[in-house]
Design a protein around this ligand. Structure first.
Ligand code: PGA
Length: 249
């Protein structure tokens, strides 16, 4: 059985003081020992602090991006070996904001996934369709193509350890959540594509999260769906109480 996985995506938020207060509060609230996997994906400059704050707890730390090369002339970038030195566990790859504003493509996403699977850090791969693609009935075509390109060259063992976050772009930060049925249909579809690319055992093992305006009020309905194994939480991961309520779905 797949263990539920709730990950926060802080995006470009949280000063040092805000992060410290959040971590203190979440540690006090956190009661789901052993029942869920939990992580906070923070800006690079917060990672070392978070690893320190969450030491001795089950709460893991993740980055929001990395480069696929190990070193070199890539001003402003951070490599996988640098992240490994911090002792973090996860890295978000291919978030729609990176695809839209930072020229992330399925090709660079694929290179980053390949590089991360040669490290101790596990990727959380984001996929999802735009509103106009959904309105045109093309959501499966778009997301299926992303999955096929992004997972190219990975092994079944890699994919069993992978988390895929299905995040319809029209639901991110908009307050407009996909209905549990819409989210389930797409998460089930992603699982079927993984099954076609690899095998039934890999499809059964891969963790699939829903992301897009997930909050305490809708988390349990989304989490009740068979193919939804967790959530990637943006806005609601900035308040420890809200985030903990989602963990307790
Ligand atoms: P949201 O963001 O929860 O604020 O919609 C989710 C995400 O972008 O990962």
């Amino acid at each position: 059985m797949r263990t539920p996985f709730i990950a926060g995506n802080w995006k470009m938020n949280m000063t040092a003081a805000e992060a410290e207060a959040f971590c203190k509060e979440l540690k006090e609230l956190y009661k789901k020992q052993g029942e869920v996997k939990t992580a906070i994906c923070a800006p690079f400059v917060r990672l070392a602090e978070l690893v320190e704050y969450f030491k001795g707890t089950e709460i893991k730390v993740g980055a929001q991006n990395c480069h696929f090369e190990d070193s070199g002339a890539f001003t402003g970038e951070v490599s996988v070996p640098m992240l490994e030195e911090l002792g973090i566990d996860y890295c978000i790859i291919g978030h729609s904001e990176r695809r839209e504003y930072f020229a992330e493509t399925d090709e660079t996403v694929n290179k980053k996934l390949v590089r991360l699977f040669a490290s101790s850090i596990l990727p959380i791969l984001c996929v999802g369709e735009k509103l106009e693609e959904r309105d045109a009935g093309k959501e499966k075509e778009v997301v299926g193509a992303q999955i096929r390109k992004d997972l190219e060259g990975l092994t079944a063992e890699n994919v069993k350890a992978l988390t895929i976050a299905y995040e319809p772009i029209w639901a991110i930060g908009t307050g407009r959540t996909a209905s549990p049925e819409q989210a389930e249909e797409m998460c089930g579809y992603i699982r079927s594509v993984v099954g076609e690319m690899f095998d039934a055992e890999t499809a059964e093992a891969v963790t699939i999260q829903y992301g897009g305006s997930m909050k305490p009020a809708n988390a349990s309905d989304l989490m009740a769906m068979e193919d939804i194994d967790g959530g990637l939480i943006g806005g609601a991961s900035l308040k420890a109480q809200d985030f903990n309520q989602i963990i307790e779905f």
